[in-house]
Design a protein around this ligand. Structure first.
Ligand SMILES: [Ca+2]
Ligand SMILES: [Ca+2]
Ligand SMILES: [Ca+2]
Ligand SMILES: [Ca+2]
Length: 386
């Protein structure tokens, strides 16, 4: 049993705090109302920055937010330039691994889409002071553990659909039926017959045709791209193609334009002996319509994987180039983009520690939490370490 399997199999260690991860979400609706600060809102009214109105039960010690200071912009999120804040005082237990926020029923209020290992839970915002108390719809029947979810309008009908990544099973698609209780009677659709150990899944338009595609990060097999044909049944049953031939122990996968050429690139965090890697879009749409088919993975730095559970991409030092942050079995790190369009990161890239904490991070997101125009990092820590 690997180190990581030990962690996952220990009930005490399964707990990742739901409310914290709410803060890791995209909050697309809230950002439209109040850009940059989706953190203390109560999901129920417009007082989005008033902590006294928040009903969220944040963990007191498991999750931290690192605020980038204005005068530290040139340094990014380096140790000594960040402030560590505890988030509330009430730890809770849950086996949730991921959560997203999106208005899935179109009532103007963001709903929460979460999962534990065996259920996909849609928590409808009931527009009260306790917005997720009721109206939960669960999708079950998963025969392998859920590791990630992603949301987006896959079929272009104006509502938010959901994809679910499973570890050792097929990945699933749930199409929103546009009703007030979407997903109540949704049928699980299968995204290809691939049965990989998918740990990370992203919905993004990779080939510029306007349709969201699926990018899957797989442990110990090639990461895969599934192009949405734009024709019903959309992603259902499509055949994926490999993002290079690398078969590292990928724990997380993200997409952003790392070399500023206008085309989306892929970055992954890996476990084991592999470095974190990135794959530059070669703009060469081969016969398989995949711009990553023969691309070679490049190292983000010389750091060896060692259980890097999650990464996120964003310009943390406001130089116009996307940087990388990671969390996992050691300190949280930031890798600054060198601005070299051929190799924005390489083995010589220096890793900067975000803070001196040495917890076990499960998730990291970059958001402008204090609305000061630079990106901050928010991290979900495992309850305890091995
Ligand atoms: Ca839709
Ligand atoms: Ca597409
Ligand atoms: Ca690019
Ligand atoms: Ca940058």
């Amino acid at each position: 049993m690997s180190f990581n399997q030990k962690i996952l199999n220990s009930s005490a260690l399964k707990s990742v705090v739901l409310q914290l991860i709410v803060a890791l979400c995209t909050f697309s609706s809230l950002q439209a109302a109040t850009p940059g600060l989706p953190f203390t809102e109560d999901f129920a009214n417009s007082n989005l920055k008033n902590e006294s109105l928040s009903t969220a039960l944040w963990s007191n010690k498991l999750q931290k937010a690192f605020l980038g200071q204005r005068n530290a912009k040139s340094l990014g999120l380096r140790s000594g330039t960040t402030t560590t804040l505890n988030i509330s005082s009430t730890p809770i237990s849950s086996t949730s691994r991921r959560i997203h926020s999106a208005d899935v029923n179109g009532d103007g209020y963001p709903d929460a889409i979460a999962n534990d290992f065996s259920r996909l839970n849609i928590h409808f915002n009931n527009r009260t002071a306790d917005p997720f108390l009721s109206q939960i719809i669960s999708q079950t029947g998963f025969t392998s553990n859920i590791y990630d979810i992603a949301t987006g309008d896959i079929d272009h009908d104006g509502d938010i659909d959901i994809v679910v990544a499973t570890f050792g099973g097929t990945n699933r698609l749930y199409l929103n039926d546009g009703s007030s209780q979407p997903f109540q009677n949704a049928t699980a659709l299968i995204i290809s017959t691939d049965s990989a150990s998918t740990r990370g899944i992203v919905l993004v338009d990779m080939n510029g045709d306007g349709w969201l595609d699926v990018v899957a990060g797989n442990e110990s097999s090639a990461n895969r791209l599934y192009l949405n044909t734009g024709v019903a049944p959309f992603l259902t049953g499509i055949v994926g193609t490999n993002i290079s031939s690398d078969a590292d122990r990928t724990y997380d996968i993200k997409v952003a334009d790392l070399n500023n050429d206008g085309f989306p690139d892929v970055a992954v965090s890996n476990s084991g002996t592999a470095t974190e890697k990135y794959y530059l879009n070669d703009k060469n749409i081969d016969t398989d319509n995949n711009p990553f088919t023969s691309v070679l993975g490049l190292s983000i730095s010389s750091d060896i994987g060692a259980f890097v559970d999650a990464l996120d991409l964003g310009d943390v030092n406001n130089d116009g180039w996307v940087d990388v942050v990671t969390t996992g079995g050691s300190t949280n790190k930031v890798y600054l983009n060198s601005q070299n369009p051929l190799t924005p990161f390489d083995a010589a890239t220096v890793s900067n520690t975000i803070s001196n904490e040495n917890e076990f991070g499960r998730e990291i997101k970059l958001r402008d939490l204090d609305d000061d125009g630079d990106l901050d990092a928010i991290v979900a820590y495992q309850r305890a370490r091995d």
